[in-house]
Design a protein around this ligand. Structure first.
Ligand code: PLP
Length: 262
């Protein structure tokens, strides 16, 4: 069985973070291991608090699983602080050299809460992005990473090129947070050959927001990469998986809806 390591934060409401990642990986019939970067106190309405483990404990978790298990892909989600980013980069460069890394550049939640220290953005850019196979920012994150405003499809392509210059092989900018068309969402993949691929999906009309879509998409892509699909096919397949998970979404609490992962 293929094996994935997830490095991410905990969402006790189960819609996002490690809990969503584990459901996605299980739905893809892949073995999931998980190293937790932080515990959040949150529900489907808001994030209330964040607790970071000591750096020593975090590093111990990551080193011990990497020493023991040979992974086919690594998915990175919420990191939270510069310290966690630096430790992750240091350990992965020593112990996970040839494993494809899919980095979801988590910064702010759908509920508007900060999930990454402001000062940590530079560390994310200079230490982790460059060693990744793929990064998956949404529009807001792409604006921060590329240091530019994004209003049009041509802006998205420019931002992807700027992010690629940080050293990452492939950049997927998710189009869910920009209104380019009445009926469709367009995400842009800039691949390792500098080719642009448009990934299109039908908009799903819903009055409520969805929680956990970004985490789940990056995990689904990681599963496809682990199964040896190329990056383009991995993104397209994951996009279809998320479309159906949203279409059949669940109302489990009083706030955002969550994905039906299987
Ligand atoms: N909580 C955790 C632990 C996360 O990792 C994430 C996203 O990666 C979120 C919350 C935010 O999810 P969303 O923006 O889909 O609400």
């Amino acid at each position: 069985m293929k094996k994935i390591l997830i490095i991410a934060g905990s969402d006790p409401s189960g819609g996002a973070g490690i809990q969503a990642d584990l459901k996605v990986v299980t739905a893809h019939k892949i073995y999931a291991a998980s190293v937790i970067t932080c515990l959040t106190s949150q529900n489907t309405q808001a994030v209330f608090d964040i607790h970071n483990p000591s750096i020593g404990f975090f590093e111990n978790q990551l080193e011990k699983v990497l020493d023991d298990i040979k992974f086919d892909a690594i998915k990175i989600g919420m990191l939270g602080t510069s310290k966690i980013i630096n430790s992750t980069a240091k350990i992965l460069s020593k112990k996970a050299n040839n494993i494809p890394i899919i980095l979801d550049t988590v910064m702010v939640s759908t509920s508007g809460d900060m999930l990454l220290e402001k000062k940590a953005v530079e560390d994310l850019k200079s230490k982790l992005i460059k060693n990744s196979l793929l990064v998956t920012p949404n529009i807001d994150e792409a604006e921060v990473l590329a240091k530019m405003k994004i209003k049009t499809l041509s802006d998205i392509k420019k931002a992807a090129a700027k992010i690629k210059k940080l050293g990452v092989k492939n950049v997927l900018i998710k189009g869910g947070h920009i209104n380019l068309s009445k009926d469709f969402i367009y995400s842009i993949l800039l691949d390792q050959n500098d080719e642009i691929h448009l990934i299109k999906s039908k908009k799903i009309k819903s009055k409520k927001q969805f929680h956990g879509t970004g985490c789940s998409l990056a995990s689904a892509i990681s599963c496809n990469i682990a199964k040896d699909f190329d990056v383009i096919e991995s993104c397209r397949k994951a996009n279809r998986y998320i479309y159906h998970s949203i279409k059949n979404g669940l109302k489990v609490g009083k706030g955002s809806l969550v994905l039906r992962h299987f």
